[in-house]
Design a protein around this ligand. Structure first.
Ligand code: DAH
Length: 345
């Protein structure tokens, strides 16, 4: 009996479920295909008596709709199939991690230096990289004929003329002048920045590099304050027990002037290539701010005194990370730069 068959197939359709594309296709062929069950039943239906047709016709149509609806709803929920892009992928696996960038080693070292002096109450000040003769040289007590003004060292942007030379600053000491001109003592500041010198590029020299300048001006500032401040800085940066020594030196803007060495961070004073077997490496220049400089900046040198120091960030970084070629800092080779990811943060 047709009615019995339909009842049986209806149960089968209602019970059917799959998430498998192949099984669903078999379902479609079995019930809805051109040689499928529904087609057969419709063929048989043609042979039934006219009375039966009236009742069976409706049942048959409902049965067909049921099969179609079942097929469409399973098709809509069907998971991604083999021929689509994600074939063979395990979508439950975690995604690819995002690779974090790294801070530039010079930025890490600059931050560390700034952090140490912040603890002593030094603020950070900045100035322009394109400077006039006054701020880079004259106010800092450089004599007219000083060799540092020579074309060999300085990148001049405009030479001479009524309003004087304009150049790329050769040191961050120019920021001292700007700071003192603009304010009133006390000054306690750190001045990091890029500087330029007309030098051939090699492993040991570059036409630009970075410095940190320090300035402390107040009443009764002494050379003892300078020594103690720099001693503290070195202990913080290179660890307790690092030795310091001061050698007399000359800078136009300080009097007296000194250069400060630390015991070699690599061989701890025993002697190695880096310290040229002396046990000591120079890390900065310093001194008491020359009274002429104070006066040039409008500060009463009878009332105020101060100390200043300047260091190259590359040099500090070289000692910290044992980098032997200055060029690495500016070549942007990510393989080099990312090595310093975790070292200081
Ligand atoms: N300006 C000097 C240089 O570029 C470094 C320096 C030395 C800065 C002594 C100072 C200082 O403030 O007191 O070589």
């Amino acid at each position: 009996m047709l009615q019995d068959q339909i009842t049986q197939y209806t149960q089968e359709i209602n019970a059917f479920s799959t998430e498998n594309a192949e099984e669903l296709e078999q379902f479609r062929i079995r019930f809805l295909g051109t040689k499928g069950i529904i087609k057969d039943i419709f063929d048989e239906f043609k042979a039934v008596s006219p009375e039966e047709k009236r009742t069976l016709g409706k049942v048959l149509n409902e049965f067909k709709q049921l099969a179609e609806a079942k097929y469409l709803s399973l098709k809509a929920n069907e998971p991604v199939t083999g021929d689509q892009k994600t074939a063979g992928m395990d979508l439950t696996l975690p995604g690819n991690g995002i690779e974090l960038g790294a801070r530039h080693p010079l930025a890490l070292v600059r931050r560390e230096i700034v952090d140490i002096f912040n603890k002593l109450g030094f603020i950070v000040a900045e100035g322009p990289e394109i400077e006039d003769d006054w701020h880079n040289f004259s106010a800092l007590n450089f004599p007219e004929e000083h060799p540092a003004r020579d074309m060999q060292d300085t990148f001049f942007i405009r030479k001479g003329g009524e309003s004087g030379d304009i150049a790329l600053r050769t040191h961050t000491s120019s920021v001292q002048v700007r700071m003192m001109e603009a304010g009133k003592p006390p000054f306690r500041a750190l001045m990091p920045g890029r500087v330029y010198r007309n030098e051939a590029i090699s492993a040991r020299a570059h036409c630009f590099f970075h410095q940190v300048e320090g300035l402390y001006v107040d009443e009764n500032v002494s050379f003892a304050d300078l020594k103690q401040t720099l001693f503290y800085f070195v202990q913080e940066l290179y660890g307790e027990g690092t030795k310091v020594r001061f050698r007399p030196s000359y800078f136009p803007f300080t009097e007296p002037s000194a250069e400060m060495d630390i015991s070699c961070t690599i061989c701890k004073g025993a002697g190695c290539q880096l310290c040229k077997y002396s046990g000591w490496v120079e890390i900065l220049g310093c001194g008491m701010v020359d009274p002429n400089v104070l006066e040039n900046c409008g500060i009463d040198s009878k009332k105020y005194s101060g100390f200043a120091f300047g260091m190259g960030i590359e040099r500090i970084a070289n000692l910290k990370f044992e980098i032997r070629d200055l060029r690495l800092f500016s070549e942007n080779d990510a393989r080099f730069l990312k090595q310093f990811k975790t070292s200081l943060i």
